[in-house]
Design a protein around this ligand. Structure first.
Ligand SMILES: Nc1nc2c(ncn2[C@@H]2O[C@H](COP(=O)(O)OP(=O)(O)O)[C@@H](O)[C@H]2O)c(=O)[nH]1
Ligand SMILES: [Mg+2]
Length: 312
C-alpha cells in the first residue's frame, strides 16, 4: 500500500468513524427504501457537506438509481463516491518558477500556521528538492518566533527573525534580501494571526504584502490561508475577510485528522471559491498531504484505492 494512502486513511480515521463510516455500515446490501435516502441525507448534513449540496447529491443519486434500475444499497456506493467527487475541484498545479518564490502564510491564531510552515518546509526540501528559508513575521508574540526557530533548527532550515514587537515589514524586508543573497528557492513567511483588532491585523498583512513586492517584484507569489478543519462556519467568515484584504490564492486545511466532519473541504469550495492545496493530517512535519480529491473521498468512505500512483 503506498504511504500517501496510509496517510490519508489514518488521517481521516476520525471522520470515517463518526460520519461517513456509519453511512458505509448502513449501506450494506439491502433494498433501497425511503429510509436509505433519509439516512444519506442526514449523514451528509451531519458531516457538514451543507444542506444545499446534500440535497443536490441526493437528488442526483435518486435520478440515477431510477434511470439505471438500481435496487440494492451496495450498488449506491460507487455512485455516492462519484457524486462527492463532483463537488470537489482538482487542485491547480502550483508554480514555483521565480527564485525565490515567496509564499505568505496567513490565518487566525491557533489555526496551525507555524506548524504548517514546518510541514511545507519539509515537503519542499524532501519531496521537491528545493532550498527553503523561513521568515518570522509574527512579531506580536515572542513564543511564535521561538516556535518557528525551533522548527527551523529541527529541519535544518534558516530562519530570519527579529525582536518581539519589531516591525513585521522590516523582518520581511531583511528576510527577502537574505533569501536573494543566498539564492534560496522558496521563502515561507509566518505572519501574526491576532493583533489588537482585526482591522490592525489586516492592515499589517497588507503592509507585509507591499514590502515583499518592493523587495522582489511580483512577490508574494502565493498567499496561503491556513484554516482549522475543526472550526465551522465562523472560519469561513474569517476566511472571506482574509481573502478580501490580502488576496488569498489557496487554502491549507489543517487538523483534518482532528475533525469529526470533513465537510469543511466541500464548504470551502462552495463558499470561498478557492482551491484546497494541502491538508494537515497530524502534528508532525510529515503529516501533510497535497490535496487529492480521490484520496480524500476514498479516505472518507473508507475504500481501498484503485489507483497505483498519486500525488504527492
Ligand atoms: N492534530 C493536528 N494538530 C495540528 C495540525 N496543525 C497544527 N496543529 C496543532 O495546532 C496547534 C496550533 O498550531 P500553530 O501552528 O501554533 O498555529 P498558529 O497560531 O496558527 O501558528 C498546535 O498545537 C499544533 O500542534 C494538524 O494538522 N493536526
Ligand atoms: Mg504561529
Amino acid at each position: 500500500m503506498p504511504s500517501w494512502w496510509n496517510r490519508w486513511r489514518d488521517g481521516l480515521a476520525r471522520t470515517r468513524k463518526v460520519t461517513f463510516g456509519r453511512l458505509a455500515q448502513m449501506l450494506g446490501a439491502t433494498d433501497i427504501t425511503e429510509e436509505t435516502w433519509e439516512t444519506i441525507e442526514a449523514m451528509l448534513i451531519q458531516a457538514d457537506v451543507g444542506v444545499e449540496r446534500t440535497l443536490e447529491v441526493v437528488d442526483r443519486l435518486r435520478e440515477r438509481v431510477r434511470k439505471e434500475g438500481i435496487t440494492r444499497t451496495d450498488e449506491l456506493w460507487p455512485l455516492l463516491r462519484e457524486e462527492l467527487l463532483r463537488l470537489l475541484r482538482q487542485p491547480p498545479t502550483i508554480r514555483y518558477a521565480s527564485r525565490p518564490t515567496v509564499i505568505l502564510v496567513v490565518g487566525v491564531n491557533g489555526s496551525g500556521k507555524t506548524t504548517t510552515i514546518a510541514k511545507l518546509a519539509r515537503y519542499f526540501q524532501k519531496e521537491l528538492g528545493k532550498s527553503v528559508l523561513l521568515v518570522a513575521a509574527d512579531t506580536f508574540r515572542a513564543a511564535a518566533m521561538d516556535q518557528l526557530k525551533t522548527w527551523g533548527e529541527r529541519l535544518g532550515v534558516p530562519v530570519i527573525a527579529s525582536q518581539p514587537g519589531a516591525d513585521p515589514g522590516a523582518v520581511v524586508y531583511d528576510g527577502l534580501q537574505a533569501a536573494q543573497k543566498r539564492g534560496v528557492d522558496i521563502v515561507l513567511v509566518d505572519t501574526a494571526g491576532r493583533l489588537h483588532t482585526r482591522y490592525n491585523l489586516m492592515e499589517e498583512l497588507k503592509k507585509v504584502r507591499r514590502v515583499a513586492g518592493k523587495v522582489i517584484p511580483g512577490a508574494p507569489h502565493h498567499v496561503w490561508l491556513v484554516m482549522d478543519a475543526t472550526t465551522g462556519q465562523n472560519a469561513l467568515q474569517q476566511a472571506k475577510a482574509f481573502k478580501e484584504a490580502v488576496g488569498v490564492t489557496g487554502i491549507v486545511l489543517a487538523k483534518l485528522d482532528s475533525s469529526a466532519k470533513g465537510g469543511m473541504v466541500f464548504a470551502i469550495q462552495r463558499d470561498l471559491n478557492l482551491p484546497v492545496l494541502f491538508v494537515g493530517l497530524g502534528e508532525k512535519p510529515e503529516d501533510l498531504a497535497v490535496f487529492d480529491p480521490q484520496a480524500f473521498v476514498d479516505g472518507l468512505l473508507g475504500e481501498e484505492p484503485m489507483r497505483e500512483s498519486a500525488s504527492p
